[in-house]
Write a protein that binds this ligand. Structure first.
Ligand SMILES: Cc1cc2nc3c(=O)[nH]c(=O)nc-3n(C[C@H](O)[C@H](O)[C@H](O)COP(=O)(O)OP(=O)(O)OC[C@H]3O[C@@H](n4cnc5c(N)ncnc54)[C@H](O)[C@@H]3O)c2cc1C
Length: 454
């Protein structure tokens, strides 16, 4: 493939920045247009997903660019879920079969800035900020941009256009206009009846952690939950996932007294660590939780979507960024494999591989919402987790659903979804019938599981 071609990437978020590195390493001329100011030089507004869980799929993508070690130096390992009961009792449920399997809490801004710095270290990458894509002319492969500071507009031309401009993608919107007459066309955004709001547990004295550092904390409460992820400075970013409407909801908790009373009753052990609770509750934005599904992901050999622009998902598996990074790997592999046949072949192959997997992780993420919200507090779930740990340690070929999704990137999301759900149903059934897993014959359960699922 002729690497003198110019690739335009719309969006210098997590996926766009990583992809620009991959494409630069292949020798292409890469121009990235980002709507927002440069976060490395300007203060960005807080209140939206300050930290993220980075796991094996995302790490694999960083390794491909040779930057995993550097990035992981700024991450905090989270070895399991720390469940907080209403009474304040703590139960630690490990994520993996042993201490080597964990997920990582990482700063979104820190990661994004590191990726931008690495991208700009290549002579053939240019990042442009405050340049929002307004529309796309796919016939001429041009982008109409508007500068957010000067209001000036300009048109830029590339050999291909990659829309990595997130859940509200302008490139996807422009593509939909062209593709809408196709019978297989799809472009939907489905929102949960829940939203989210970020709150902060500040650091303790000398930057100490006031609750367990190496865990993802969850306060599961049926139709809502609070979670907390650690930050390097000793603070935790908490996220309240809460109904938008109804008896206990963002709509009903509309005074400081109601918020304070609700938290005291529901999340009592968290309250002493949330000194700015009511201020943050009213000042921080309430975010939407939605799933974007669209098809096709490309227009001929001209433009293609990647990351949240193609498949935004709800955040309950901690996989949106990881899946977007996996898109970058698969796109890069398709360039390598089909590049000589032209961009249309590359886009087709990439779409075929990723669409089924992004549909699977979208579904997994919705299912995990219900599991985290109420499932993890059910005694049979805790017994199942204990049993799974024994199975995982005894049999190398057994992986829990969570492990298939999170720690086994060589297994696709589609396979992890199918296999994980069948295993879960089987083991939950077993664990609902007993009071303690000590009475179970683990070897027999493994044999039956193999027989039933393979
Ligand atoms: C509350 C919450 C928690 C999450 N937690 C996790 C987690 O723990 N683990 C995980 O893996 N994922 C998580 N995610 C998902 C993750 O944030 C996304 O999947 C990831 O950011 C997708 O990367 P992206 O580059 O595709 O999109 P984005 O990161 O959204 O980047 C898109 C970029 O495009 C720019 N842009 C937008 N419109 C235009 C335009 N018209 N012109 C030019 N530029 C434009 C934006 O400014 C932005 O910089 C979470 C999401 C949320 C909301």
């Amino acid at each position: 493939m002729n690497t003198n071609q110019k690739i335009i990437i719309v969006g210098a978020g997590l996926a766009g920045s990583l992809l620009s590195i991959y494409m630069a390493r292949r020798g292409f001329q890469v121009a990235v247009y980002e709507k927002r100011p440069d976060m490395r030089t300007e203060e960005m507004s807080a209140g939206r997903s300050i930290n993220l869980a980075l796991s094996h799929r995302g790490i694999r993508a960083l390794k491909r660019a040779g930057i995993a070690e550097q990035i992981l130096q700024e991450a905090i390992p989270m070895k399991g879920r720390m469940l907080h009961s209403v009474e304040g009792a703590l139960t630690f449920v490990p994520y993996g079969k042993d201490d080597s399997e964990y997920i990582n809490s990482i700063s979104r801004g820190g990661l994004n800035m590191a990726l931008m710095n690495i991208a700009e270290s290549y002579d053939n990458v240019q990042l442009f900020f405050n340049e929002g894509c307004e529309s796309v002319d796919f016939v001429h492969k041009t982008l109409q941009l508007k500068n957010a500071q000067t209001g000036e507009t300009q048109e830029v031309k590339g050999d291909i256009i990659i829309g990595a401009d997130g859940a509200g993608s302008a490139v996807r919107t422009a593509m939909a206009q062209v593709l809408k007459s196709r019978t297989d066309f799809k472009n939907s955004s489905e929102f949960l009846a829940h939203g989210y709001k970020e709150l902060t547990i500040p650091p303790g004295p000398d930057g100490s952690f006031l609750i367990e550092k190496n865990a993802l904390h969850i306060w599961p409460r049926g139709s809502y939950m609070l979670i907390a992820l650690p930050n390097l400075d000793g603070s935790f970013t908490c996220t309240l996932f809460f109904p938008n409407e109804g008896e206990n909801s963002f709509a009903s908790l509309d005074t400081t007294e109601k918020v304070a009373a609700f938290f005291k009753d529901t999340f009592a052990d968290a309250v002493p660590f949330l000194p700015n609770l009511t201020k943050e509750y009213f000042e921080n934005p309430t975010g939407l939780l939605g799933t974007v599904r669209c098809y096709p992901w490309h227009i001929e050999d001209k433009a293609v979507l990647l990351g949240d622009a193609a498949h935004a998902i709800v955040p309950f598996y901690g996989q949106g960024m990881n899946a977007s990074f996996e898109d970058c790997i698969d796109f890069d592999q398709c360039v390598e494999k089909y590049g000589n046949e032209g961009w249309q072949q590359v886009f087709e192959a990439y779409q075929t591989k990723r669409k089924q997997n992004s549909d699977a992780i979208a579904q997994l993420a919705i299912e995990n919402f219900y599991e985290m919200r109420d499932g993890v507090a059910e005694p049979a779930f805790l017994r199942k987790r204990q049993l799974e740990r024994i199975l995982e340690n005894k049999y190398n070929d057994y992986h829990s659903k969570y492990s298939l999704v999170t720690f086994n990137p060589e297994i696709s999301y589609a396979e992890a979804h199918e296999r994980g759900n069948r295993q879960n149903e089987f083991l939950l059934e077993v664990c609902r019938k007993v009071e303690s897993i000590e009475t179970l014959d683990v070897d027999q359960i493994y044999a039956e599981l193999k027989e039933a699922i393979g």
